[in-house]
Design a protein around this ligand. Sequence first.
Ligand code: F0G
Length: 431
Amino acid sequence: MKTVQRCDDCGTELGPGDTAMACPKCEGLLSLVYEAPAEHGEALRARFDSRASSVAAATGVDASGVWRFRELVLPDVDSADVVTHPEGNTPLLARDSVAQWCGVDTLLMKHEGANPTGSFKDRGMTVAVTQARRVGASAVACASTGNTSASLAAYAAHARLPALVLVPSGQVSLGKLAQSLAYGAKTLLVRGDFDACLRLARDAAEKLGVYLANSINPYRIAGQKTIGLELLQQLRWRAPDWIVLPAGNLGNTSAFGAALREAVALGLIERLPRIAAVQASGAAPFAASYREGFRERHTVRADTVATAIKIGDPASYSRAVRVIRETNGVVLDVPDAAILDAKAIVDASGVGCEPASAASIAGTRELVSRGEIKRGERVVAVLTGHVLKDPGILLDYHKEASRTKYANAPTEIDADLGAVERVLKLSRTAR
Ligand code: F0G
């Protein structure tokens, strides 16, 4: 069997080079289906592990934490076509202060902010831009809350493809907007929200023939699966009890579900971890549907400080419902104040992350307080983006010391030693 694209809903199959982003018959989401590797279990683990152990000296596809798993990403790819930075190989970090704040013994943070453009999007983008090159695309495009656009801009530059990015005007953080301009993408500030940008990008792909790199593109999801595969590998293929991740457009929730499903089917791990998808309370249509047993699909007008997940009508809704059901997962929402406090805790541990990423830490704490996550369970929280993505929100939090819980306000002084000494004394007495 060659790789095909198959509709999740009606099973219609399209060729691997078809650039439709939805099923032509029923508009369902498309998934990549490929021949499973001949090896299973121990043999497949050994193949992936031998590539990981030589990563420091590797070049090309073997240096990438995405393409290391190529049998489960795009098995029939020719490595000469691959557009890789390289990406992935992100750390799994333990910090006692963060675990304590959440109320668990074992908390590991999978820090996707260590990717080349500072977010997990690079894992899907290396595959989507590779595929754009394989189908001879003349230009690539995406709608974004900022990270997808930063990533697409960088990978398109690497592939020497023109990139068009559509972002909601005035709602993208400084670091992300700066990246898109720096890497040379044609950047459109759309008067509207993310959901409007995505509709427009889908239209542009369909009618103007540009290649769409949003997560409805099955090649994006194929690459994003490797966050899950890589973290299982780092845990020596012993599944954690929980994987907690921030949720916006639900591409990542879908990708995690696909990765875990395949990992069990191929004997890489023995059981499924539970997935917890965390939304911001002002942008929580998925959490609202979950509370009603997914009887209805909700949309909202989104509003949150975590602009990365400010999304009211998530495109991968149906896939994510399946993932939550299959993994006995949960969906919850946390208020902005809790997200910002969680971020301050992660930042003060020296790890640092962007606001949306901290939703996974705030969500872990909330689930522990509800008794859903037990203190002794092993939890992996995914930090999706780098601390410098959104310096504006960070500075506001620390400058408003009277209103925020964990502020570290700067102190302005005259240029004399006495002033330095006074500050030093004060901070010693504060400890
Ligand atoms: N965390 C960060 C930092 C993100 O940028 C996003 C999504 C998510 C979490 C949520 O992932 O959408 O797959 O559920 N950012 C997209 C973007 C929407 O355009 O960069 P999701």
